[in-house]
Design a protein around this ligand. Structure first.
Ligand SMILES: *Cc1c(COP(=O)(O)O)cnc(C)c1O
Length: 221
C-alpha cells in the first residue's frame, strides 16, 4: 500500500541522514481526493493531513474529526484574511503565513480564541512573481515582526520550490534561513522530492499523490 511505502521511504531517508527515525512528520495531502481514499488512509492509522483550501477542509474534516478524534489537519495553501477566524478554528497548523496583514489578523484571532495553531512562514525562495511567500531578503525582518509586533510564536519555514529547478538548492536555502532565525521547523518536500528534503533537514514533508494517487488533472494544482 502506498502509505506504508512512503512511511518506509521516510524512515530510510531519516537513517541515511543520521536523523532519528520518527523525527519527520508525514503530512498526507488529501486535497481534491475522494473521501473513500481519505478514509482508507485513516483506517490504516494515519492521523496527520494537509489541505490547501479552507472551504474544502471545512466541508470534510469536522465530520472526520468526530470519527477519528486525534486527527490533525494542516493548512498548506494560501490563506485570505477574511478566512482567518475560520482557519484558526479548523487547523492545527498553518504553513502559509506570508504577509503582515495576515500576521495581524492571525494575532487578533488567536487573542480571541486563546489558542494558536502552529505557524510556519512561507518563503518564496525562487522569487517567482506568481508565487506566494516572503522574499528571501525579507525573511529575517518578517520573522521579527511576527514575534515582536504580533507576539506570534513561529514554528518554522515552508517552501514550494520552483517547478523546473533542483529543489535541493531551495531546501538548503530554507534550512539556512531557519537556523539564522532560531527556527526548528522546516516544511519542505513533496511526492517527487521528499527524500532530498529529509536529507536537508525537513521536519514536515507534504506528500499527496504518492499516497493517494494522482489528483484529477487540472484541479487545484
Ligand atoms: C498539493 C500540495 C502538495 C502535495 O503535492 P504532491 O506532489 O501530490 O505530493 C504539497 N504541498 C503543497 C503546498 C501542495 O499544494
Amino acid at each position: 500500500m502506498a502509505l506504508l511505502d512512503i512511511q518506509q521511504r521516510i524512515s530510510a531517508a531519516e537513517v541515511k541522514a543520521s536523523r532519528p527515525v520518527g523525527s519527520v512528520q508525514l503530512i498526507a495531502v488529501s486535497k481534491v481526493q475522494p473521501n473513500e481514499r481519505v478514509v482508507e488512509v485513516l483506517q490504516q492509522g494515519h492521523r496527520l493531513f494537509g489541505e490547501n483550501r479552507v472551504q474544502e477542509a471545512a466541508g470534510k474534516w469536522p465530520d472526520f474529526r468526530i470519527a477519528y478524534r486525534d486527527v490533525q489537519v494542516h493548512l498548506i495553501g494560501p490563506l485570505q484574511t477574511n478566512k482567518v477566524n475560520q482557519a484558526v478554528e479548523l487547523f492545527d497548523a498553518i504553513h502559509t503565513v506570508d504577509r503582515q496583514k495576515l500576521a495581524k489578523k492571525l494575532a487578533d484571532a488567536v487573542q480571541k480564541r486563546g489558542e494558536c495553531p502552529e505557524l510556519f512562514i512561507q518563503v518564496n525562495t525562487g522569487e517567482e512573481p506568481q508565487k506566494a511567500g516572503v522574499l528571501p531578503a525579507e525573511v529575517d525582518s518578517f520573522v521579527k515582526t511576527c514575534r515582536e509586533t504580533y507576539d506570534l510564536k513561529i514554528a518554522g519555514l515552508m517552501v514550494i520550490p520552483p517547478m523546473n529547478e533542483e529543489p535541493s538548492l531551495h531546501f538548503a536555502l530554507l534550512a539556512k534561513m531557519a537556523v539564522r532565525n532560531g527556527l526548528s521547523g522546516l516544511s519542505m518536500g513533496m511526492s517527487s522530492d521528499f527524500e532530498r528534503a529529509i536529507a536537508l533537514g525537513a521536519t514536515h514533508v507534504r506528500v499527496g499523490s504518492a499516497i493517494f494517487g494522482e489528483r484529477v488533472a487540472g484541479v487545484n494544482l
